[in-house]
Design a protein around this ligand. Structure first.
Ligand code: FAD
Length: 331
């Protein structure tokens, strides 16, 4: 029986694997795709929001092995590809063994242990179970009449590049970083309108990490100023019929495509025989060391919301260590 099974081979699962390996604790890490799969599924060429430079490193998993030291890594904001090279190198250099293409489909609570079932039907028993499957699992669409089943609507998670949008009228719904990035990427190719429920908020003005920041902030501001991007600020979409959108102001416009950059909701595999309590925002309730309401079952990474900044690597990396130390103390 393994001491620890980690579900998820993303940044958090890898960091926890590293802690366990360094201390000689037996672990097995299961990954549904390849290492860092959530980042492989993101838009090619995407820049991270987190800077990675000597002295200000928000992106590296451990500061003694920083991303910025990779030859060719873009500074100050690395790309998705840089980050993927980094997590691959991190796993390889630290000899972390991840079972790729092995989804965990469910877990069962048994007396004094857990049993994890893989996609191929294998049962893996373990003393401690850590779910590190990320908070970006389910694309979220706003509850607006006319969205469900509408073929002209897509989620920002499904946007690959501008090719399909040349001179098309594109409405981007959302006021966060994904919306800002999509608008700046599409500008000049599509005829872009950005629609927000609330006034636009920029990090340089508010200091809030959830506001528009990184390389898209200044570009977005400039494109709006040049009227290359139109904005319907604080004019929420209230209904959509086919391609025609009605706004709160009463205005109606027709678009070729409507992109919802409206975030994600957390979800994780079913756990039989244990009640994982959740908060109103859908995240699991956890103790100060990441243990859920099922004893011995922990969450870590972006799915473990110790505080708001845990959505980002620099926000959760210290908490992964807390999960590690709690498990290590109990073994
Ligand atoms: C568009 C976008 C941009 C972002 N930009 C930044 C940024 O610039 N800086 C930053 O710090 N953060 C950024 N984030 C947040 C980022 O996702 C997290 O910081 C980080 O990836 C979270 O790591 P994690 O290991 O918790 O989850 P993830 O990276 O989501 O990794 C979870 C892993 O679990 C695997 N998995 C899921 N279900 C199963 C299963 N049932 N069985 C086995 N494996 C499974 C997935 O394939 C994945 O590899 C961004 C997120 C998005 C969506």
């Amino acid at each position: 029986m393994k001491d620890v099974v980690i579900v998820g081979g993303g940044p958090a699962g890898l960091l926890l694997s590293h802690c366990l390996r360094e201390h000689g604790i037996g672990y097995q890490t299961l990954e549904r795709g390849k290492i860092g799969q959530a980042w492989r599924d993101m838009r090619p060429g995407m820049e991270l929001l987190s800077p990675s430079v000597p002295g200000t490193d928000w992106t590296s998993l451990i500061l003694s092995q920083p991303l910025w030291a990779l030859p060719g890594a873009r500074r100050p904001f690395p790309t998705r590809e840089d980050f993927l090279c980094y997590v691959e190198a991190f796993a390889r250099d630290n000899q972390l063994f991840v079972e790729e293409r092995t989804p965990a489909v469910k877990a069962r609570v048994e007396p004094g242990r857990f049993s994890v079932t893989t996609g191929e039907g294998a049962e893996i028993p373990c003393r401690f179970l850590v779910i590190a499957t990320g908070a970006s699992s389910v694309p979220h669409y706003p509850e607006i009449p006319g969205i469900a089943g509408n073929p002209w609507i897509l989620h920002s998670a499904d946007f690959v590049n501008c090719m399909a949008y040349d001179r098309k009228r594109v409405l981007v719904i959302g006021g966060g970083n994904s919306a800002a990035e999509l608008c700046t990427e599409l500008a000049g190719t599509g005829l872009v309108t950005l629609c927000t429920r609330n006034p636009l908020r920029y990090f340089s003005e508010t200091g809030d990490l959830e506001d528009i920041r990184g390389s898209s902030e200044s570009v977005l501001k400039e494109l709006i100023r040049f009227r290359i991007i139109s904005v319907r600020e604080a004019d929420a979409v209230v209904a959509i019929a086919d391609r025609t959108v009605r706004f709160m102001s009463g205005a109606e416009e027709t678009y070729d495509w409507i992109v919802c950059a409206t975030g994600y909701r957390p979800r994780w595999m079913p756990v039989e025989g244990g009640a994982i309590e959740t908060s109103e925002d859908g995240f699991p309730r956890i103790s100060p060391v990441g243990e859920s309401t099922v004893p011995g079952l922990y969450f870590c990474g972006s799915l473990a919301k110790f505080h708001r900044r845990c959505a980002f690597i620099h926000g959760f990396r210290n908490y992964v260590e807390k999960v590690f130390w709690d498990i290590a103390d109990r073994l």
